[in-house]
Design a binder for this molecule. Structure first.
Ligand SMILES: [Ca+2]
Ligand SMILES: [Ca+2]
Length: 462
């Protein structure tokens, strides 16, 4: 299995090296903060759909395959965070294989919660018709696994980019469309609907006049994101390809009539598409999008990023620009409880995979690779560091460092071979001089080749 992944891993190593170089070249002169955008460094991600549930932000994305020259996407991915900077990788709980009737194109989806279940609406190609259709996955957990709720498309008209919305009165809607814009009224079960698909008129008053090419009647391109705030209905969408910017319209009801309100995020970022997802979390508002910011990135190798913003007093959006700094951290991370190795603010050289112990683990770890965990609250001080590790080779070492990957070394755990990449053992080593709130770096050292895998880690207090 590992050897089969070698080519991919080799490609990733190049990516990681370039990533590290990018940090040095672009960020070091700026001083201060290191980049936390894009959110994920281990793979290319696209089409963010954030969902707040029980004090965490769950981020549902697509996955652009390495080296894509088209929208080559076979699975969806889930990440979560309690602080907007350290993101836990929950792997891929839904893929094309989930939908027996789907043949290709695991494209931009949206997940919504209702009555104890999570519904994940996705566009995929229907093998039987060759057209794009909307399927719906369902799970009792935000991280899945998701199963096909229907065994067939929920709705199919050759268009894409579903987004669900539940109004205050309980009526749910599913919006979607490219090049047109559609909705249906979803029933309370969220997997059936009443009435037929209805087209939302694309008028220039509703969705803006194009200034460039006139291949479409309005600015509306794709990717609707519909929500309600202070009694106003918002429809945020990707506008006027190519490159796309993010624009929005508002209405007094969920089906319009819509009024175009202008640009949120200008054309930026090295991807000719963009896709918005917006949530409020812990008193702040957050705008998710994608760009081509990772090394090797572009229109078919995208990465999801996030910015914090505040609505204007009149409810309008400010202009939101892409940054490499990302959103500020909400609170801190507790090192005295188990933290997953795959909870990462910035990873250099590492990848993830499903762990035999459940969840995911970090792998493909080589000499010099590192993981940044931001804003770790050590308080009065830590006494020891433990890590759950595995190694099919002769292991290596986990260096506990502060401030940067080459920052102060406060402890080193030596890892021996455990007899397999999924044969887990716990190593513990003392740490000294660790207190207060720090950016923690786990830096890996050893010989050549893959050294060890990391499932989780935890400190003990002094
Ligand atoms: Ca590596
Ligand atoms: Ca883990």
């Amino acid at each position: 299995m590992r050897s089969a992944m070698f080519d991919r891993a080799a490609a990733r190593r190049g990516l990681a090296w370039m990533s590290a170089l990018l940090c040095l070249v672009v960020l070091m002169p700026a001083g201060a903060a290191r980049a936390d955008n894009p959110i994920v460094q281990t793979i290319y991600t696209a089409d963010p759909a954030p969902l707040v549930h029980n004090g965490r932000v769950y981020l549902y994305t697509g996955h652009d395959e390495d080296g894509s020259t088209y929208f080559t996407m076979r699975e969806w991915r889930v990440w979560s965070s309690a602080d907007m900077v350290n993101w836990t990788d929950h792997g891929s709980p839904m893929s094309l294989a989930t939908f027996s009737w789907a043949s290709a194109d695991a494209w931009a989806g949206h997940t919504i919660y209702r009555n104890g279940r999570f519904y994940w609406y996705v566009p995929v190609k229907n093998r039987a018709t060759g057209r794009m259709a909307i399927g719906v996955g369902v799970s009792e957990s935000p991280t899945g696994p998701f199963r096909d709720a229907l065994g067939r498309p929920l709705v199919e008209n050759g268009e894409i980019d579903p987004a669900a919305f539940i109004d205050d009165n309980g009526q749910a809607y599913l919006y979607w469309g490219n090049p047109n814009l559609w909705y249906v009224r979803l029933n309370a079960d969220m997997i059936s609907f009443s009435g037929g698909p209805t087209q939302i008129p694309l008028t220039t008053a509703g969705f803006g006049a194009r200034s460039g090419n006139t291949s479409r009647p309005t600015l509306y391109e794709e990717g609707p994101w519909v929500f309600k705030r202070n009694g106003v209905y918002y429809n945020v969408f990707a506008a006027e390809c190519c490159s796309e910017f993010i624009g929005y319209s508002t209405a007094s009801g969920p089906t319009g009539p819509w009024t175009y309100r202008g640009t949120i995020m200008p054309r930026q970022g090295g991807s000719f598409t963009n896709h918005a997802g917006i949530v409020d979390f812990n008193g702040g508002s957050y705008f998710f999008y994608h760009n081509g910011a990772l090394p090797g990135g572009g229109g078919f190798t995208r990465s999801v990023a996030v910015e914090k913003f505040s609505y204007n007093a009149d409810g309008s959006f400010p202009t939101i620009n892409m940054t490499s700094a990302g959103a500020p951290q909400v609170g801190t991370l507790n090192p005295y409880v188990r933290q997953e190795g795959e909870t990462i603010a910035w990873g250099s050289g590492v990848e993830t995979e499903p762990s035999s112990a459940g969840g995911m683990n970090v792998g493909w770890i080589e000499n010099g690779d590192s993981i940044k965990v931001k804003g770790v609250a050590f308080g009065a001080g830590a006494a020891s560091f433990s890590a759950r590790v595995a190694s099919a080779t002769s292991g290596g070492r986990v260096e506990v460092r502060l401030g940067s990957a080459t920052g102060t070394l406060v402890g080193t755990c030596t890892v021996s071979g455990t007899g397999g990449w999924q044969t887990w053992a716990t190593v513990t080593c003392p740490v000294n001089g660790v207190s207060g709130t720090q950016d923690l770096y786990l830096r890996f050292g050893g010989g050549s080749g893959y050294l060890l895998n990391l499932d989780w880690w935890q400190f003990t207090a002094r």
